[in-house]
Design a protein around this ligand. Structure first.
Ligand code: CP3
Length: 345
């Protein structure tokens, strides 16, 4: 049997090069909607799945083998690098990250340690090395962005309005700046270690930064995001920046030294282009449509593909993660549909 040739379509799209088919992968493509995932998860806590490189690699490969997607994303969580710097975090099923020692002061920020990837998260680097031997598609590494990490660290868990986070930012600007500096350094160190281990692209998840208006984004967040992305640019590895409900920030995002902008479903690809976004775009099917009748899902996917393929530099994805009640068969069918799509065909 001859090995399948390496499929680099996703990397070509990141670089805005023409591709034979539209590359696709799904945020949260490994998860509870997969019976195989549930079986593994039944035997381990979330972080145990992280700590055992063979399990982490197996779960990362699962959607590549099951769905035939054009990229793999490392199975970990944005909280993974926070545990070793002193954040007492657990992932609770159905809730998300819960933190026992939230941050409230400059002293708390000073107490946070520095990440040393080789000693703190060697299992992540090991999983990446294993995966590079096995995968027929590129491996995406990832990290949480400073605002989104800070939101969990300050709120102590998931939040709707980020009141504590934003009031910390407004009332303790020096502590906020220090926190952004520390989390910025952590993000750079962690992602550069993933790249050194073999990650072929990196996605920075700023899921909750849409809670800020554009002026606050420019003041409190753009400096640290510029620092992170400029530093990553030295590696030559493509970078992706994603957030939920960030349509009002897209003009700011387009100024960042990033290669790919991830859109949620609230802002269409055409709208993002009209706002002047020149980067590769990734997105943006509403994940709820995975639960809709196939005809409805297909019609929306086609509309998105028609918009995305107006110019080179497009990657199909969902506007946010796959829900646990999605069906494996639906994602398989959607992936085949995207792969068979030809513009004007
Ligand atoms: O397949 C992949 O996308 C890779 C793995 C991945 C996970 N989390 C695994 C996970 C990635 C990229 C993340 C990123 C992440 N984690 C983000 C950014 C992306 C986003 O969705 O906005 C955020 C905000 C988190 C924090 C977090 N961790 C949440 C909100 C949850 C979900 C809560 C739930 O139970 O639905 C988690 C837990 C988590 N991370 C699960 C998975 C597969 C579910 C864990 C379980 O099995 O109980």
């Amino acid at each position: 049997m001859t090995a399948k040739p390496f499929n680099d379509t996703f990397l070509k799209a990141c670089r805005q090069e023409p591709t034979d088919h539209v590359p696709v992968w799904y945020m949260r493509q490994a998860g509870r909607y997969q019976p195989e995932y549930r079986a593994i998860r039944a035997k381990h806590t979330f972080f145990e799945m992280n700590y055992i490189p063979e399990v982490c690699a197996e779960v990362t490969r699962l959607p590549v083998e099951q769905l035939g997607v054009d990229a793999a994303i490392l199975f970990a969580d944005i909280m993974t690098p926070l545990k070793p710097i002193g954040v007492d975090v657990n992932i609770e099923s159905g809730i998300g990250p819960v933190i026992a020692n939230p941050i409230g002061s400059l002293e708390d920020v000073h107490r946070l340690g520095e990440l040393d990837p080789d000693t703190h998260v060697p299992y992540i680097m090991e999983a990446i090395k294993i995966l590079r031997q096995q995968l027929p598609v590129p491996l995406i590494g990832f990290a949480g962005a400073p605002f989104t990490l800070a939101s969990y660290m300050i709120e102590g868990g998931p939040s709707k309005h980020y009141h504590k986070t934003k009031s910390f930012m407004y009332t303790q600007p020096a502590a906020w700046e220090k926190l952004m500096e520390k989390l910025g350094t952590l993000t750079i160190t962690y992602l550069k270690a993933q790249i050194a281990a073999g990650a072929q692209a990196v996605q920075v998840f700023d899921s909750w930064v849409g809670a800020l208006n554009d002026e606050d984004y420019r003041t409190f967040i753009a400096p640290v995001m510029n620092r992170i992305l400029l530093s990553l640019r030295e590696t030559g590895v493509p970078t992706i920046y994603f957030g939920v409900g960030c349509g009002h920030l897209l003009e700011e995002w387009n100024k960042l030294p990033v290669d790919v902008v991830g859109l949620d479903w609230r802002t269409s690809i055409t709208k993002a282009r009209e706002l002047g976004v020149t980067k590769t775009l990734q997105g943006n099917l509403d994940p709820t449509l995975l639960l809709a009748p196939w005809e409805k899902l297909e019609a929306k996917a086609k509309e998105i593909l028609d918009e995305g393929t107006q110019q080179p530099g497009y990657i199909f994805n969902l506007g946010h993660g796959v829900f646990p009640d999605a069906k494996v068969e639906t994602l398989q069918k959607l992936t085949s549909f995207i792969h068979s799509y030809r513009r004007n065909a």
